[in-house]
Design a protein around this ligand. Structure first.
Ligand code: ZN
Ligand code: ZN
Length: 337
């Protein structure tokens, strides 16, 4: 089968012909219909995250936003059936026994395994997943629409919930990429007033198209002052850049919350003094739970959220990764094998 492979952090990306894997105990083999390209794939290629490098499998198949049809079942699997359409997220498994798992924070399990990082991912014709960690895709959501929800969508839903975004919240989103354009729609559905920020006019336009109340091109020097006057209660960072994190800290109101949903490479210098004097709450979000995925798939089925998708073949893997790194992708690239 065809697969997009990464030799090692800072290594080479190729499209290779590899063997179809066989499901082990507790696993299922999924025939991939759609696999979303996430900025995390770029981070893994570039070796941006030293702290997780030891978890990264050498000769890795990338991809962790998978949707497809169950092809076969491994030993002991009784809760899934052949032919069923499922979504397989970034969180490939958690231990179920640790403190974090027991209190419903399985996405922060220290013993987690990760699709497309510790194990081969879904930019391929077939992928293995753990039967207990996939979620059925409801009727009315296409595979291409569902795939980006299995990382980008569920992450921002988790972040919005954690930050208690609701009716009347003034919600700012920094970055209108795959995550950001979904966060805008979810925050609107929750009753928030949505302020979108980006440096790319095409992404500012996307924000307006998907329902932002106000969309700012933050490359304009006067934008910062205008944003600071708005009283943003929750500023969510969905762009993986240091500038985006610093902008969120600058524009959020006193006593507000900064929700971190995208992680840049390297370290962001931030002023703890400013955080202290502004009385800010910093909430970080490492993906989200299976329940968040099930919920966002239901929201998509009921038309509350839809993803701006561009489908491409696996052969475009290296070029698509380059384009995402260069900021040229509007919405989400989804590979269709
Ligand atoms: Zn992702
Ligand atoms: Zn655990």
């Amino acid at each position: 089968m065809k697969a997009i492979k990464l030799s090692a952090p800072r290594g080479k990306v190729t499209v290779a012909d590899v063997a179809v894997p066989a499901p082990g105990p507790g696993e299922i083999l999924i025939k991939v219909e759609a696999s979303g390209l996430c900025y995390t794939d770029v981070h893994l290629c570039d070796g941006d995250w030293e702290i997780v490098e030891s978890l990264q499998k050498p000769d890795l198949t990338l991809g962790h936003e998978a949707v497809g049809v169950v092809e076969s079942l491994g030993e002991g699997v009784t809760n899934r059936s052949v032919g069923e359409r499922v979504a397989a997220p970034f969180l490939r498994s958690s231990c179920g026994e640790c403190k974090q798992c027991r209190r419903g924070e399985e996405n922060h399990c220290p013993n987690a395994t990760v699709l497309g990082m510790s194990h081969d991912g879904s930019h391929a014709e077939y992928v293995l997943a753990m039967a207990d960690f996939v979620v059925p895709v409801p009727e009315g959501v296409t595979p291409e629409q569902a795939a980006p929800l299995a990382c980008a969508g569920m992450t921002v839903l988790g972040g919005l919930r954690k930050a208690n975004v609701g009716i009347g919240t003034i919600f700012g989103v920094v970055g209108v990429g795959g995550q950001g354009h979904l966060a805008i729609q979810l925050a609107k559905a929750m009753g928030a007033k949505v302020i979108a920020m980006d440096i790319d006019p095409a992404k500012v336009a996307l924000a307006t198209r998907v329902g932002a109340d106000q969309s700012f091109d933050v490359s304009r020097p006067e934008a910062l002052g205008e944003l600071m006057a708005l009283g943003i209660d929750v500023a969510m960072v969905t762009a993986p850049s240091h500038e985006a994190h610093q902008l969120a800290l600058a524009v959020v109101a006193y006593g507000g919350t900064v929700s971190l949903c995208a992680v840049p490479g390297g370290e962001t210098p931030i002023s703890m003094t400013m955080c202290g004097f502004k009385g800010l709450k910093l909430l970080a979000q490492a993906v989200a739970t299976r329940q968040d995925l099930a919920d966002i798939l239901d929201l998509a089925a009921s038309g509350k959220v839809s993803c701006e998708v561009e489908t491409r073949s696996l052969d475009t893997g290296p070029e698509s990764i380059r384009a995402l790194r260069a900021g040229e992708v509007v919405g989400r690239v989804v590979f269709v094998p």
